[in-house]
Design a protein around this ligand. Structure first.
Ligand SMILES: Nc1ncnc2c1ncn2[C@@H]1O[C@H](COP(=O)(O)OP(=O)(O)OP(=O)(O)O)[C@@H](O)[C@H]1O
Ligand SMILES: [Mg+2]
Length: 291
């Protein structure tokens, strides 16, 4: 029996996988989701979502995928790991996502033409909105950004043919701001910030309920929530990890509610990253002849 069954829950409430059913619509996530939906519906072209590590970018992307799957006129495609060595490799991945048939030994230009034909057919002839979301966009090499810029040029008089959503860590910002002709094309940019203390309380209770918690009182005291917020600074991944440890702590120490003392104990127990001293090269003392 898992620790969460012992607490009367049906599921793991604080898993750190980006499960849309545990997606809490915080003010930040709601604003980002809403602005994305508007930009996509209006076919504005390029949207960029940025945020620090663990702010919920991938979770938001998956949520957007589930929301848009219900839209019959939207074709949603997602690249979660955009590691490419050449522009052609990237184009080949996009062609596969779009289910395109391309001749063997196709050139980059063949791929671009096939993708544009697809965008025209879906966008103009079938009246669909084609969305491509790329997560971890901070690792995209410049040649892929340049290829994306070419695809973004493909438009009718009224709208862009491809709705591109780039999602990435903050390193993406200097990368794309240096590329003026890319930066100018961004129709919507949003930076996801961490949660405030009230939202931390709401998110904990929400995730507990999603996991099957039906108790009247919360499993976390107000002081415990404040301490968790102080320690994690409201970053969702850190929050989920500390809350998970707190529930394990309840079982381990045979308690019924997570209080500040328990959270403090868990924080004190955490293994912190160590500062590794730089490796210094051993330089032998000069010999008598050299000296
Ligand atoms: N809106 C949310 N509601 C509930 N949980 C969330 C939310 N956002 C993030 N989380 C939690 O935080 C964890 C980390 O989120 P996620 O992986 O989406 O962050 P990220 O910004 O993509 O991180 P990275 O920069 O490392 O890619 C998720 O697995 C989830 O447990
Ligand atoms: Mg991510």
């Amino acid at each position: 029996m898992s620790y969460f069954n012992l607490l009367g829950l049906e599921k793991e409430p604080f898993s750190t996988s980006p499960d849309p059913s545990f997606f809490f619509l915080s003010k930040e996530h709601k604003a980002a989701l809403c602005r994305l939906q508007i930009a996509i519906t209006l076919k504005r072209g390029l949207c960029v979502i940025m945020g620090d590590v663990g702010t919920g970018k991938t979770t938001l992307s998956r949520k957007l995928a589930t929301v848009l799957k219900d839209e019959p006129d939207v074709l949603f495609h997602m690249i979660l790991n955009p590691y490419f060595e050449t522009a052609k490799q990237f184009l080949a991945r996009v062609a596969t996502l779009f289910h395109l048939k391309v001749r063997s030994r196709a050139t980059a230009l063949d791929y671009i033409e096939a993708i544009e034909r697809y965008l025209f057919h879906q966008g103009v002839e079938e009246g669909k909105t084609v969305v491509l979301l790329v997560d971890e966009a901070q690792i995209l090499p410049d040649f892929v950004l340049e290829t994306l810029r070419i695809l973004l040029n493909y438009e009718t008089n009224e709208y862009k043919m491809l709705q591109l959503v780039l999602v990435g860590q903050m390193e993406l910002l200097p990368r794309i701001s240096r590329m003026e002709n890319f930066w100018d094309r961004i129709a919507m940019k949003y930076v996801l910030n961490p949660l405030g203390v009230e939202e931390v309380r709401e998110m904990l209770d929400f995730r507990l309920r999603q996991a099957g918690y039906t108790g009247g009182a919360s499993l976390f005291t107000e002081d415990a929530v404040r301490r968790i917020w102080e320690h994690t600074q409201g970053y969702p991944r850190k929050l989920a990890q500390l809350c998970h440890q707190s529930l394990e702590g309840l079982v381990m120490y045979d308690r019924v509610i997570v209080d500040e003392a328990l959270v403090d104990k868990l924080i004190a127990r955490e293994i912190k990253p160590v500062d590794v001293a730089p490796v210094t090269t051993f330089v032998p003392p000069p010999t008598a002849v050299e000296a």
